[in-house]
Design a binder for this molecule. Structure first.
Ligand SMILES: C[S@@+](CC[C@H](N)C(=O)[O-])C[C@H]1O[C@@H](n2cnc3c(N)ncnc32)[C@H](O)[C@@H]1O
Length: 436
């Protein structure tokens, strides 16, 4: 057996994890009958479009975690640390998405010269080439010959028809500006020790612009931003492989679901399609309910015709949701709020629950359980969860929680933990009324 305390044995054990997890990922692609994806692919692989990628994501969590750990041991430390900072991929992605470079290249599968591409989007050709070349290093876009660029499987994500670009833009714009003042907030007399929502770095960064404390109230006043935000939520869902929950929770035993803070239905539209027996309530702020109704009319009109979905505006910080339903589903809600507000939301739901009701909280997970000699939390394999935790801090002065932290706020609302599902990057936590 390998002694993971020996430095060289540790390296060998990490190499073994890289090898076996890469083979697991390859096997997942091959199971579809379409082989493995290639760097030159110009379409999505069928597995990219399926709703259950949990096994693939488990393999990638090990692969990325072990790879980064191995590289951080073997590379010179100054190289590794500068890699953290020397990383403008977010800025280049922002340009590519906003200028719609992938949309233009989609009309030219064989590739387009950067002169013509830059002209089509009214940008400087030399700068456009530099942006694209930086992204090709990461496997996004392809330089088919010098200064001729084409789309590939990764750059398709940046087409305006794909929601993930909206999620990327949320980060490359407002969150990036908030991240730029984090240290200032940590030494500011007023902000440094506060865990209140009105002392988030976002408020500090945008105070000259008169930023409202509650981001969602701000979105209520801005139709364009509200629309882009809810498309970003669809993108977040795709990024996290969130539809896996449709396959890994016993929905067949449930008859009614309340999607609390539903947005436009990123979770419950696919749920309604897969389980047409379910009765679904969409609860969100009034203007979001209007957007949600429009989105359901476009994406799942059959559910509306059958009357299986209802749209009820709510302020979950003040109101009780519809009473006596089987499931109260909270996806990426609790992590938006510091403990006081998060507990208030759960208390309001607790008032609506019947003896068989349950609350399902789905959010990013600060987890443990990686095999040795990996870091127990999977290291870089948990990148999404730990970065989302920082997004929550910078934006709301809130956080992703550990299981223990969720248990504590659940208990304060009279709820007890009954089940946990590891869905990679996120967890699904089931809570029921605590027995006194
Ligand atoms: C991060 S989004 C998550 C949306 C959706 N659950 C999903 O996973 O795509 C948070 C949602 O909470 C809603 N929200 C914020 N404050 C609210 C409030 N006081 N009452 C009801 N909904 C609220 C927002 O409008 C938004 O749709």
């Amino acid at each position: 057996m390998t002694d993971c305390n020996e430095p060289e044995a540790k390296l060998e054990a990490l190499l073994d994890i890289i090898n076996s997890s890469a083979h697991q990922a390859i096997a997942e692609y091959k199971k579809t009958g379409y082989g493995v994806p290639s760097t030159d692919a110009t379409t999505f692989h069928p597995l990219d479009l399926t709703t259950d990628t949990l096994a693939l994501k488990k393999a990638i969590r090990l692969l990325e975690g072990a790879y980064h750990q191995l590289s951080s041991i073997l590379a010179p430390p100054q190289h590794t640390v500068m890699n953290f900072v020397f990383n403008y991929n977010w800025a280049c992605t922002d340009v590519a998405f906003r200028a719609r470079l992938a949309d233009v290249l989609d009309q030219h599968p064989e590739g387009l010269t950067v002169d013509k591409l830059a002209e089509a989007v009214n940008l400087d050709k030399v700068k456009t080439a530099r942006v694209l070349r930086a992204l090709t290093l990461m496997g996004c876009f392809k330089e088919v010959e010098r200064d001729v660029f084409a789309n590939n499987r990764l750059s398709l994500i940046l087409k305006s028809t794909n929601n993930t670009g909206y999620y990327a833009r949320l980060h490359s714009q407002d969150v990036a500006k908030s991240a730029g003042v984090v240290y200032e907030t940590m030494i500011d007399e007023e902000f440094s020790r506060s865990h209140e929502i009105d002392k988030a770095p976002r408020i500090f960064a945008f105070r000259k612009e008169g930023m409202k404390v509650n981001q969602y109230e701000m979105l209520e006043d801005d139709d364009k931003k509200r629309d882009a935000f809810h498309r970003a939520m669809l993108g977040q869902s795709d990024m996290l492989g969130a539809s896996a929950v449709l396959h890994h929770y016993p929905w067949s035993d449930i008859s009614s679901v309340v999607d609390v803070g539903s947005g436009i239905g990123a979770f419950s539209t696919p749920l309604a399609k897969m389980y047409p027996r379910l009765r679904i309530t969409q609860h969100d702020l009034p203007k979001v309910m209007v957007l949600a109704q429009n989105a359901w009319e476009r994406n799942a009109p059959e559910a509306l015709l059958d009357g299986r979905v209802e749209f009820i505006p709510i302020n979950f910080l003040e109101d009780t949701p519809v009473v006596g339903k089987d499931v109260y589903y909270l996806r990426h809600i609790i992590h938006n709020w510091p403990d006081t507000e998060a507990t208030t939301i759960l208390r309001n739901i607790r008032k609506a629950m019947g003896p068989n009701s349950r609350v399902l909280i789905r959010e990013c997970y600060l987890q443990c359980g990686a095999p040795e000699p990996m870091l127990p939390n999977f290291g870089a394999g948990s990148h999404n969860a730990y970065q989302t935790d920082l997004t929550m801090w910078f934006t709301f002065n809130s956080k992703e929680r550990t299981l223990e932290e969720l248990q504590i706020i659940g208990a304060a609302a009279g709820l007890a933990l009954t089940q946990v599902y590891d869905l990679v990057d996120t967890m699904l936590v089931e809570l029921r009324i605590a027995q006194s």
